[in-house]
Design a protein around this ligand. Structure first.
Ligand code: ZN
Length: 413
């Protein structure tokens, strides 16, 4: 499966974790249900927790000098989430009540057809994944009705962003249509977690066809290389490779499937129990381990060069970026730099550095969260992309290969 196929199959975190499970299963990994006794059989395993998934390769027996090499990523992206009872009519239009999820570039969702995707939960408790056709659009007000729009676009999150999906007279009910897409009766739907998603397929573009345009590059551009790297990894005797794909990064990670929650800690503990590690050995293992937190970052933008550091201007197509921040919004430190540069060197992959312009504050990632929770040394890296948090972001296609090779070198170290 190519990255473009993976993007198309993964409109939400729930779809992404299902898709990753499918990829891992066909690569010989077995599913570990959280509620089942631990399966310590050597080889590849994974645990799904809703929109999050953690995969790992177990050794035959407790290795001496054991350590974890963990790649951390996230499966969610900013956008809109359907409100519980979304039906709304105004002035002859049928509209949909949606909440803002995370920090999307709001204007990028205007005048763009999009669908609903995610899960519906039936009264029986059964969960079904759905992805609809392009039903929705947020039409922008014409400049004739707002002469200031090209100077200062103001979008009120409640009043200006409600999508339309039908004329009220057409008699279409949104939740009935969702039930149709889920193959169930409208009365059967007890709950839902449905998000906006761009139905326009990902596409290569540019005169040299070197760019890839798609929604959700933040952060499926890390998730897919991490999973491919794990599938390509032959572990060294002392290293247990782990890939952790968390949900809810875009809303702060403070959930049971987010990086600030217990998911990774639970899995590492169960791996340790499965190998009969003593409590002291668990501490020894953590002290020898590393987390590489991989999340999309900013390529230098030719129209806004002054927003970047004058000397560190990472460019898409030139390899993954090491992300550095004195305020620890990225967890990278000197030993982490050395670890990542060595992995890139072994993989023959170019590496660049991102550090913020002092007048422009930077984002953050799961790196500082997992480092704080687990105490494992962590380095923050990621692909340089543009239009981050837009409905349609862009990256350089060849960086996917760069990142896959570098992560493979790290996991197999
Ligand atoms: Zn991200």
């Amino acid at each position: 499966m190519s990255f473009i196929d993976f993007l198309s199959a993964s409109p939400t975190s729930y779809h992404a974790s299902a898709e990753i499970a499918r990829l891992l299963s066909s690569g010989g990994f077995t599913e570990q249900a959280e509620a089942d006794p631990w399966d310590a059989t050597p080889g590849g395993h994974y645990v799904r927790r809703e929109g999050a998934i953690i995969a790992y390769i177990l050794p035959a027996e407790k290795p001496s000098g054991m350590r974890f090499h963990i790649v951390g990523t996230h499966t969610d992206s900013p956008g809109f989430k359907l409100k519980p009872h979304p039906a709304h009519t105004a002035a002859g239009w049928s509209q949909v009540g949606m909440e803002v999820y995370g920090g999307p570039l709001l204007n990028s969702w205007l005048d763009r057809e999009f669908g609903l995707a995610g899960r519906v939960v039936l009264r029986s408790g059964e969960e079904r994944l759905v992805a609809t056709d392009p039903w929705l659009r947020i039409p922008q007000l014409a400049p004739h009705l707002d002469r200031s729009v090209n100077q200062s676009l103001h979008l009120d999150q409640q009043n200006h962003l409600m999508p339309v999906y039908a004329l009220a007279g057409s008699g279409v009910d949104l939740m009935a249509a969702v039930a149709g897409a889920a193959g169930c009766d409208p009365d059967e739907i007890a709950g839902h977690d449905l998000f906006s998603y761009i139905t326009q397929p990902p596409a290569l573009f540019g005169a040299a066809r070197e760019f890839l345009a798609s929604g959700r590059l933040d952060n499926l551009s890390s998730v897919y290389p991490a999973v491919m790297a794990l599938l390509a990894t032959t572990p060294t005797p002392q290293t247990v490779p782990v890939v952790a794909c968390f949900d809810h990064e875009e809303v702060g990670s403070q959930t049971r499937t987010g990086a600030a929650g217990p998911f990774l800690e639970d899995i590492l503990a169960r791996i340790g129990w499965g190998l009969a590690l003593s409590q002291d050995e668990v501490c020894q293992v953590r002290a020898r381990s590393w987390v590489v937190s991989s999340d999309a970052g900013h390529s230098v933008h030719p129209n806004y060069v002054s927003m970047f550091d004058p000397d560190e201007q990472p460019l898409m197509g030139s390899g993954p970026m090491l992300k550095v921040n004195a305020g620890q919004r990225y967890a990278t430190d000197g030993p982490g730099e050395a670890l990542w540069l060595a992995a890139c060197e072994r993989a023959g992959v170019p590496c660049q550095t991102f550090v913020s312009n002092n007048s422009v504050s930077c984002g953050t990632t799961i790196g500082p969260l997992t480092a704080t929770r687990l105490g494992i040394p962590t380095v923050d890296i990621g692909l340089p992309i543009m239009s981050m948090h837009s409905a349609r972001e862009m990256c350089a296609a060849r960086d996917l290969e760069h990142l896959t090779r570098a992560l493979t070198a790290f996991l197999a170290q």
